[in-house]
Write a protein that binds this ligand. Sequence first.
Ligand code: SF4
Length: 286
Amino acid sequence: MKIEIADCSGFCFGVKRAIKMAQEALEKNKAKGVYSLGHIIHNSQVVEELSRKGLKPIKELAGVEEGVVVISSHGAGPKIFKQIEAKGIGLVNATCPYVMSAQKIVKSLSDEGYSVLILGDRHHPEVEALVGLAGKGAVVIKDEEELEGQKLPSSRIGVVSQTTQTSKRYFRLISKILSRGFSEVRIFNTICSDTQKRQESAARLAKDADLMIIAGGRMSANTKRLFEICSEICKNTYHIETAQELKGKWFEGKSKIGIASGASTPDWIIKSIKKEILSIRGIYAR
Ligand code: SF4
């Protein structure tokens, strides 16, 4: 039996950076309180570990009067930054630089009077922040099919994608947009390079695997995309958060196992999944 882990796995640069910034904020400000608006990253195990160290996830700023608020790697909209400033509380902005770059593009499109079309999950914090910056002209769609019947306020449109989308879906959307007769279309590639490499390495592994395990948080957008990509290639693809979710029957008669992980999945979870698969296979071999 062969178990292979995708070349690009474990934390991405943006997640490592956000965790480091939260840890530093905890070291300096623990006495006053350190809060994260939403989950600092989309991985429950890491969020729990940071909570044990003192980081308090909050849904809104009401009730926070002192201490420091850490903005997650997914970013936040302008309203949040204004609220933090008005309250006079500390701010640690851990927004991933790739997300920030998408935010700058959206803001300048909006300032120049373009309607902004965003490909992404409308309830994801990254997309909510982009909508906040895009103003009234923002439209969010989850795929090219949703473009049908969508009325955009202007015939000058700017198109961006959530940083964790698949390029395949983005290209399908772009070709549909170009056939719609808008007077001006500006397209930006806002898919982050880590996402692209991760998707490519998971797809390569899935081509040769009998079974694929995708490890990552249920809320993690990039993990969901990896699951979609690998499911199209390998029909035995499973999305799990931790090794406890593995089922022995999945591995019956399988000899090539691939493991790919989302950008917010720590190495220790990937290692524990590999270890558990080896022990399951041990039971089946008896
Ligand atoms: S997946 Fe990309 S955009 Fe998201 S945090 Fe990681 S590096 Fe940043």
